[in-house]
Design a protein. Structure first.
Length: 154
């Protein structure tokens, strides 16, 4: 089967029912997308499929044939980070860092849909779990990346 991953056509031989996460990690050796819970609850495995945040641990690879798949590997580069990646650093979002690739992909999907998201839109879209509890930093980073003020009112 052929997948469109990060702008490139990729041919692979995999069980059509295999979760996209395992195709990415085990078949294609793209390890930026993480395994967390395996039941689509935590969001560590989030990628974008046709721009929509998608939990890859429960997405059969056959369901994404012909769709645009974007992983964390294509969000930005060290030389030119995505605005979210720069904001993540500026707001010191990561602690352990494990959930961050999924968080960033969910945030990228949010900003694609809502370039200037409200707090309510951020709350609704960002359902990823973070054991370190950096949710307020995530919100500030999303606001920063969207060009909105992150200053705290006095």
């Amino acid at each position: 089967m052929e997948l469109k991953i990060n702008g490139a056509a990729v041919q692979l031989d995999a069980d059509p029912a295999m979760p996209l996460l395992w195709v990415l990690r085990d078949v294609l050796n793209m390890t930026g997308t993480k395994f967390g819970c395996g039941i689509a609850a935590c969001g560590a495995c989030t990628v974008r499929v046709d721009g929509v945040a998608t939990r890859s641990c429960v997405t059969p690879v056959q369901s994404v044939v012909g769709k645009r798949i974007q992983t964390i590997e294509a969000l930005g580069t060290p030389e030119k980070p995505h605005p979210l990646q720069a904001a993540w650093i500026a707001e010191q979002v990561p602690q352990c860092g494990y959930c961050q690739s999924g968080m960033l992909m969910a945030a990228a999907a949010l900003l694609e849909k809502f370039p200037k998201p409200t707090d309510a839109q951020i709350e609704e879209a960002m359902t990823n779990l973070c054991r370190c509890g950096t949710y307020q930093r995530v919100r500030r980073a999303i606001k920063r990346a969207s060009g909105q003020s992150t200053e705290v009112a006095a």
